[in-house]
Design a protein. Sequence first.
Length: 1081
Amino acid sequence: MSNRRNISFDVPLSSSTPLKKLCTEKNSVLSQQSRGTAGVIKCINVKNFMCHDHFEMVFNPRINFISGRNGSGKSAIQTALIIGLGGDTRATSRGTTVSSFIKEGKNQAIIQITMTNNGFKAHNPEVYGNEITVIRTLSKTSSFKIRAENGQQYPVKKAEIKALADRFQIQATNPVAILNQNTARTFLNSSDPKQKYKLFMEATLFDAILSKKVETVNDLKLMNSILEDKRRALGKLEVELNKDKEKLALIEKCKQAFERKSELQNELLWSRVVQSEHAKGGMLEKRKELLAQVKDIQGKIDKKETKERQFHEKIAEMTAAIQAQVSELKKYQDQHDKLQQTKRGKVRELEEKKLKEVSIKKKIASREHDNCNIKAEMDDYERKKVELEEKKQEARRKRNEVEQKRGNIEAAKRTLAQDKTNAENAVEQAATVIHQKKQKIQKLNVVINQKEEHLRRVQSKQSNTLSQYGPWMQQLVDSIKEAFKKRKFSKMPRGPLGAYIKMKDPNLAALAEYGLGYGNLRKFVVNTREDEKELKLIMDRVMPPNVARLPITCAKFVEKPFNGIREAHYNNVFSNLEIEDPVVSNILIELTNCQGTILIEDNKTAHALLSNPRNVPANTVLGYTPDGSKHFPNSGRGVYKTYQGSLNSKVPRFVQTEQTTLIRELTNEIKQLKSEMTSMQQEIRADEKELMRCQQHERDVANQLSNLVSKLKKLQDDLNRSVVDEESKLAPLDLYKEEYSNNLRDIDKCETELKQIWEEQKVIKTRIKQLDEELAELAPYLESDEVTKMAEVEEMKTNLVRFKSDTGTWQSKLKEAQTKVEHLTKRLEDQSAMVELYTKEAEELASRDLYPNPRPMSEVEEELIEVQNLLESAEEMGEGNPLELEAAISQRLDSYEKSRLECDVADSTARTIENSLKRREVAIKILLKATIEATRLSFVSTLSVRGFEGELHMDTGNTRLDIYIVPRDNDSRDKLNKSQLKDTASLSGGEKSYTTVAFIMALWSTMAVPFFSMDEFDVFMDSINRKNIMELLLHNARNPNMKDRQFLFLTPLDCSILNSDIDLTIHKMLDPQRHNAMSQG
């Protein structure tokens, strides 16, 4: 690019005709018309700004069309206007900081904007004259200057530039006054009523008015809060005043209290002496009582010990006499115990025999009773034999019928059971199909949501290709660049790699992404491990915590491109990529082997080509077909393998493609997926109906089967009862006879056992009688007074233990009393010393004669505490004489009155502001209503230029602005009918563009700015619509109501359909040079 960009007009330029002179001659008449308008742009000059080295353009004071190809620097003019007039970077949608607009490789940029300074809106004309130039210098910081008409420059702050813009009513950040590329592309193709409402509020500055109102309300709340704090402080001041008054009274009391305190302290000392003497006397009396108690206890212990010795002597005497009788008595006692044990065994044996006798008698009685019953049954059987035989035949016939019915029911049961199984299988199969289809719908819904999110990102951020990687990616890349500028990286990291790739053939973009791998396209590459650590720190700081960190590869950067490998008949993936950065291309070759991956038109061709080693192209390691299928070649050392692909989308996620193509492909895919989902939902509804039918059939079969089972059970019960009745009633007579004989045999056997038991009982009774006689013979030998003597001895031992226990108790009491005497003696000594000490201390301060009968210590201490509290209260309030305190009270009273007056004034001011806010709220509503009506009338008027009719509806409650239009192909044009109205979403492309531009024109009519600018308003229009729109713009600009306004229209398209005029200048930008095709602007 040359050092200076020239501009060609529709009139010839010669090398000897200066640019300013030529434009001045052409616009001499218009300069007279714009003499009374301040803020009209006369000229703009930039240096090192965006893509411009040095650029200057002189504007027509009325209408300017600036055309030029993309990259020629058109948008840089509009950006320079915004930045040069004090606007922030957000209003440009082109950068994040002012330093980002400095041309690459330069240290600073300069913007100079020359404007008229005439009329009643002129800014300090006595200083600056009729022409004023704003100069802004951009570097790491920025500065402003104003150059007057006479050439003198004045350094100023940004606030002065803002005051200048406010004076000229220039709205650099108003998106309608200066419509940039992003706003134009988004708004002209948008049908969102909320977006239109937002644009209306920004254009008419009502958003700023309402924001200022909210700010005022918040300031009023803060003012009320501060006023409340002052009120509380005033209350505290009043409390302090009262405390000072109390303090003054307290000082007088303290004088008397201080004198009384000394007297009370002396009295308290003699009260303590008297109290100590009383305590000493009490201790003496207590010691005397304890000594008497010790003497008494010692006497009782002596008596107990004498009686204990007597018990010991008597126990020893009785124990010797008893030992002589023990050996003789033991021999007879052993013989007696043995006989008693034998007798007890015989008695138990006799009892057992008696129990067995009772059992046998019961068994005999039971058998005799059974035989009586059997005899009666046998007699009854003979009598009813004929009748039972007839019933037997009838029972057999019924049983045969039941068996036949049961067979039929069993067959029906098996059939129904099979039907039930089939119904259950049908229900399970239908439910499985429905579940599978619902899962597929869920997956489709996820894919649709992802596609729609992708589409929204593409539509909302078309100029930012990094948004496809995440909303935070642009900030991450900017942070990396900033860190590189600060020398934190050895070399500039590359990433995401997909942002460096363009496709030669856009139709292969999705397949190329699939082959390269989505993970590789999102990857970052660094030169060293230290660079990798720094990049991870930046990612942790910029990326959201819930997002997985991007992959990073560390590889030495190679600036020289690797040698390419290409097969003559088939393109590899790498040959379809356009990568300007050799480092990125080399990294992709190493990561993906994309030079050895070829693209084949279909799976059949791929199989024929790669399955035979002779056909495999050289250096081929993998082949891809359009559906994403992978084909691994048979190279002679391995076998041919293929894997079915899963590439269902033709839309690339990351690789750069035309935005319009990407939007169209995404929209088509979303429509196709939604159609597929709708079709599947209809299938599910049909399947659910079939499932309900199968479930009802299953319930019917189950009910029938349950009924058959009940019937079968009833028949089985009837059959069982018939068999039981037949067998029980027709039992043979032989059974009765056999049972009768068995019972007789049991009776005979039992009677034999009974006789044997009786004999055994007699023998046992005889033996028991013999044992009783032997025991009677031994009884006289066992009688002795030994037991009585032993009892006496045990009783004496018990008494001895009790005496010992009593003696121990009295000894413990003696020891305890002696200990108390010792402790009391020591305490008495201490108390005596204390009395002497207290007396000495009291005599040092006052004679005892002054306090012959002092009061109790508690009474004196209570009065002393009251005096002490009074003195402490005085100390807390501070020292000072009454005169000084009275002066301080007077001073605080003046301060209190002053603060109260200030609070009253502030309260009155707050109420005034509240009332003003209420009045302004009413005024804002009236102004908003009038502005809406003016916009609506202007909109309807603009529509009528092309024969359109329509309405503009504003809903402030829901923040919506709806535009309704009667299409031009509607023949009923006599009267506007609401049923004919359509919103902008249903209009054709041309009707929508015309309507949207008419809306912008209507907004312009309500704005009192000196100039308007619109960038790339026609990029999405065909030639016919563009011609209509440009005619509309000219018609609006030449409206008498807009005669004092200046218009700048920027377009990348040709303006040959327009003719220059005195109020219309066409500026043609030079085409960008090849190596600057990617520059800003």
